[in-house]
Ligand binder design. Structure first.
Ligand SMILES: [Mg+2]
Length: 272
């Protein structure tokens, strides 16, 4: 509790159109996985996402093959992520790095959150009341406005969120907008998925390994930057410019790639 918040540098503008599929994972890899849009297909709301048994079975098997160096990196809360995969306790970073459960099970919560959350919540609730198809998810330290069911409201929702953050008074500089697929989140500045990965990589289970991060959305670019910083590599899922070196076309391709690792009789320590 009470760890000082620190964020990674925002991903640089240099983007590329990665086309290559990723190589197999080496045995000395540390694997970081986003959940929605990466391991699981996106749904209208986070609670309607379907978790199939094949994916749930993959995770502990991967963790075993990589000596525990597998972590989930998500915008969901940790409690929410745990509900998706009952009985599986993996290291996980929730709310874009604001909360993190380490490999030894210790829960880290970063910062108390800047002032203004109550006001922002009230304004967003008014927005939801005025427009059908919007849903406000209160994650505690982060507010997520979902508009996947009302895509026509996308630019209006983004504009409104920008205005709210800009006019939240003195606290304005302490809040950040985190756009995603069918969602815009308002979260405290200073933490992101990249910061969470750097924290994991300092833990004994992950230390000295080659970090690999797989994600599908804009928020994952912070994680892509973090693994590059440590000499690792990243996989972008789906279309869009990215700083990741590799690409997989969809959730099914991610699952096939991960399952192939488990079929290897022994994982090579380094790439040929
Ligand atoms: Mg995602």
């Amino acid at each position: 509790m009470g760890d000082a918040g620190r964020g990674t540098a925002a991903p640089r503008a240099a983007r590329r159109t990665a086309r290559r599929e990723p190589p197999p994972l080496a045995a000395n890899s540390a694997l970081f996985l986003d959940i929605d849009g990466t391991l699981l297909d996106l749904a209208a709301t986070p609670s309607s996402v379907r978790v199939d048994l094949a994916v749930a079975a993959l995770l502990p098997a991967l963790a075993y093959r990589l000596s525990g160096a597998v972590a989930l990196i998500t915008g969901r809360t940790i409690a929410d992520a745990d509900q998706l995969f009952p009985g599986i306790v993996l290291p996980v970073a929730g709310q874009h790095g604001l909360e993190r459960r380490g490999a030894d099970g210790t829960l880290h919560v970063y910062g108390e959150g800047p002032p203004g959350l109550g006001w922002l919540r009230g304004e967003l609730m008014h927005l939801v009341e005025r427009h059908s198809g919007l849903w406000l998810e209160d994650k505690g330290a982060t507010l997520a406005m979902h508009y996947r069911a009302a895509p026509g409201l996308a630019s209006y929702v983004h504009r409104t969120a920008r205005r709210l953050v800009a006019t939240s008074g003195a606290a304005g500089a302490e809040w950040r907008l985190q756009p995603g697929k069918g969602i815009v989140e308002i979260k405290p500045a200073g933490r992101d998925k990249g910061a969470a990965i750097l924290d994991f990589m300092a833990e004994p289970t992950f230390l000295g390994r080659l970090p690999v991060f797989v994600g599908d959305d804009q928020t994952d670019e912070f994680g892509f930057a973090a693994v590059a910083l440590l000499g690792g590599w990243a996989v972008k899922v789906g279309p869009g410019l990215t700083r990741a070196q590799y690409r997989l076309r969809d959730v099914n391709a991610v699952r096939r790639w991960l399952a192939a690792l488990l079929r290897q009789p022994s994982i090579p320590e380094v790439y040929a």
